[in-house]
Design a protein. Structure first.
Length: 121
């Protein structure tokens, strides 16, 4: 009986840890290739592409969060700087409406995906 209870508690603990651990960064850098977008216009109107570039640049300069929309999966990663109290690099913003490859660490919180910007290609 004690073994069954111990096994049950171990299973619950492992399931709990399995939900917490993905909230932290993946151990390795990942590369995500896709279009750099502003989240407001994409979420509310589906706006993207070269024709939306200037509006996206204006939105980003006003503080609207920037994301990358992954090619092939349409998975959205909100881009965050690689350290606290800093802005995204200008080279990210300048890729608005265009394809870029962002290398960084993935963080997951509440079903949302975030990607630190370690390098831009």
């Amino acid at each position: 009986m004690k073994k069954i209870i111990l096994m049950g508690m171990t299973t619950v603990a492992l399931l709990f840890l399995g939900r917490i651990i993905p909230a932290y960064a993946d151990a390795d850098d990942v590369k995500v290739t896709g279009e750099v977008i502003d989240t407001f216009c994409y979420a509310t109107m589906g706006a993207k592409g070269e024709g939306h570039r200037q509006c996206g640049l204006d939105c980003a300069k006003k503080g609207i969060p920037v994301a990358i929309l992954e090619n092939g999966t349409d998975k959205l990663y909100v881009l965050i700087p690689n350290k606290d109290k800093t802005a995204l690099p200008d080279e990210v913003i300048n890729k608005m409406g265009q394809t870029a490859t962002i290398t960084g660490h993935v963080y997951s919180k509440g079903g949302d995906q975030f990607l630190t910007v370690e390098s831009v290609g």
